[in-house]
Design a protein around this ligand. Structure first.
Ligand code: SAM
Length: 292
């Protein structure tokens, strides 16, 4: 069976064997070519261009107009799978100056900080824009995201990464060249997300900017940072339900009948620290471990 699908971007028709429907790979799109050892090669499709790999050359024209998931061959016969990058592949595959939050942590932050459609979220620092993009997806069109970054070159690079991913800067995103330790202009925020070296320095401003019941989050690579961050929350008061956890992701290698844990794993990245803004200047720290 052959499916014919017209691409909204290029008007091209994708023909694929099988029952799936999809948008054809189009000129200008970023795709991944996955080789036989799983390496992902990022390719921006352009009519008439060629892409050279160790295993041979691929003509972009052999990909444009084909369905996502197609397997193509180099002139040397090597097979390559052509797919659009997932969100996680976009975050980890990009050249970058700052350290992005890893996909394993991004997903957990969105759920544990309850980043919901319509939420008003402040983030600092912007870094590569990985968390910014994840939060934008979660808050949707009705939400608002403000991101503070103190280094101009990082802010510009993040802007490019966001435009690269979404096609343009969304209207509900404000990128600010600012030092969050000096203050937060926004008020009545639902969430404040901190990923910078001294999150405790932003706590007084976050306290003033968060609405009661709002959530503050800090990504802390070191134990000493958790300690100072939580000590500061207790000192300024008005926060409760202090919690921290980390995620260790162990992949499994699945090859035919062989299934075993992978030799390498994404182990320590950072501790994820959360607290709720209280309505009064009190503390609230339940004694038990509670249930998430
Ligand atoms: C680890 S990176 C953030 C990575 C980001 N969460 C991501 O997923 O790509 C830390 C960023 O915080 C910025 N930064 C450090 N101190 C800051 C401050 N006081 N105000 C605003 N940004 C700050 C740094 O320039 C850097 O870009």
């Amino acid at each position: 069976m052959v499916d014919e699908v017209t691409s909204p971007l290029s008007g091209e028709v994708a023909r694929s064997a099988g029952g799936g429907m999809g948008r054809a790979l189009a000129e200008g799109e970023l795709i991944l070519l996955v080789d036989k050892v799983g390496r992902r090669h990022r390719v921006r499709l352009k009519a008439g261009e060629r892409h050279s790999l160790h295993s041979g050359v691929i003509n972009h024209d052999d990909l444009i107009g084909r369905p996502e998931g197609v397997i193509v061959r180099t002139q040397m016969g090597a097979r390559l799978l052509a797919v659009r990058p997932t969100f996680a592949e976009q975050v980890t595959g990009r050249q970058r100056q700052a350290q992005p939050i890893y996909p394993k942590d991004l997903g957990a932050i969105l759920i544990a900080a309850d980043i919901h459609p319509g939420a008003k979220v402040l983030e600092a620092g912007t870094g590569t824009g990985a968390l910014t993009l994840a939060v934008l997806r979660a808050v949707g069109d009705r939400g608002q995201v403000v991101s503070y970054e103190q280094r101009e070159e990082f802010l510009e690079a993040a802007k490019r990464a966001i435009v690269d991913t979404l096609g343009s800067l969304p209207a509900n995103l404000t990128l600010k060249l600012a030092d969050v330790y000096l203050g937060i202009d926004e008020q009545n925020l639902d969430r404040v997300l901190l990923d910078l070296p001294e999150p405790w320095q932003a706590v007084p401003a976050a306290k003033a900017a968060l609405r009661p019941g709002g959530i503050i989050f800090a990504h802390c690579p070191n134990v000493s940072q958790i300690q100072r961050f939580f000590d500061c929350l207790r000192e300024v008061r008005g926060f409760g339900m202090l919690e921290a956890f980390e995620l260790l992701q162990r992949g499994w290698t699945v090859r035919g009948r062989s299934m075993r844990p992978s030799h390498r794993m994404v182990a320590h990245t950072g501790f994820l620290c959360f607290a709720r803004r209280l309505a009064e200047d009190e503390l609230f720290e339940p004694e038990g471990e509670g249930f998430r």
